[in-house]
Design a protein around this ligand. Structure first.
Ligand code: SF4
Length: 208
C-alpha cells in the first residue's frame, strides 16, 4: 500500500498541519482555514479561502480534488463553479455521478495570482488542511483532477498518461488520477482529455 508523499514541511506548513489536526470537525476546520495566512502572497491577493464543498447529507460517496481556485472560485468562495466546474458537472452527470453526493476540494485553497501553478511551499503548507479534510470526510474514493493533484497523491514523478484509468491504493483509499476539466476545455469537445476524463469518471461510478 502506498503512503501519501506531500512535499516536506517548513515552519508555516508545520503550523498549518498542527492547527488542522486539532480541528475536531469540518465546521471548525473551515472556520480556521478561512483566516489562514500561511502563504503571504496568496493571502494578500485572494478574495476568499476556498475551503471546499461537502454534501449536506453526511459522508461523501467520493472526493474530487483539483489544483487551486480560479477567478470565479476566488470571487464566490466555492470550488469548481467557473467553466471548468460547468464541464465537470456535465461529465459527472454523463457518468451517472451526482455532484451533490461528492465533496469537492482543491490541493491549494487560495487562488495563485494569474492562475499560475501553485509553488511547492504553498502546496506543502496547504497540505495540512487537505490531509485533515480527508480524515474528517473518511474519504474512501478520491478522484485527483489534473497533474498537481495526481502528484500530491502519487508522487512528484507522476505522469497522468501512465497512472490514469485504474485506482491506486494510497493510505487505504482508492485514488483515481485523471485530467483536469480545464484540459478538456483546452483540447475541445473531441479532444482526448475530455474522453479520458469521462471514461475515468464512468469507471469510478462503476465502483461505487
Ligand atoms: S493556500 Fe492554503 S496554506 Fe496558503 S494561505 Fe491559503 S489556506 Fe493557507
Amino acid at each position: 500500500m502506498a503512503a501519501l508523499r506531500p512535499p516536506p514541511l517548513d515552519a508555516a506548513a508545520g503550523q498549518v498541519a498542527r492547527t488542522a489536526a486539532a480541528a475536531p470537525d469540518w465546521g471548525t476546520l473551515a472556520g480556521v482555514a478561512r483566516s489562514c495566512v500561511a502563504c503571504p502572497e496568496l493571502a494578500a491577493t485572494r478574495q476568499h479561502v476556498v475551503v471546499g464543498d461537502v454534501p449536506t447529507g453526511g459522508r461523501p460517496r467520493l472526493v474530487l480534488i483539483g489544483e487551486a481556485p480560479g477567478a470565479t472560485e476566488d470571487e464566490t468562495g466555492r470550488p469548481f463553479v467557473g467553466r471548468s466546474g460547468a464541464l465537470l458537472d456535465q461529465l459527472l452527470a454523463e457518468a451517472g455521478l451526482d455532484r451533490g453526493q461528492a465533496a469537492v476540494l482543491n490541493i491549494v485553497k487560495c487562488r495563485p495570482p494569474g492562475n499560475r501553478t501553485p509553488k511547492t511551499p504553498e502546496v506543502a503548507r496547504c497540505s495540512g488542511w487537505l490531509r485533515r479534510q480527508l480524515e474528517l470526510l473518511d474519504a474512501r474514493v478520491v478522484v485527483a483532477l489534473g497533474l498537481s493533484s495526481a502528484k500530491w497523491f502519487l508522487g512528484p514523478r507522476t505522469k497522468l498518461a501512465e497512472v490514469r484509468g485504474r485506482p491506486h491504493e494510497v493510505d487505504g483509499r482508492a485514488v483515481w488520477a485523471t485530467y483536469h476539466p480545464s484540459a478538456a476545455i483546452r483540447f475541445g469537445p473531441n479532444g482526448a482529455p475530455r474522453a479520458a476524463l469521462l471514461a475515468d469518471l464512468t469507471a469510478v461510478a462503476g465502483t461505487l
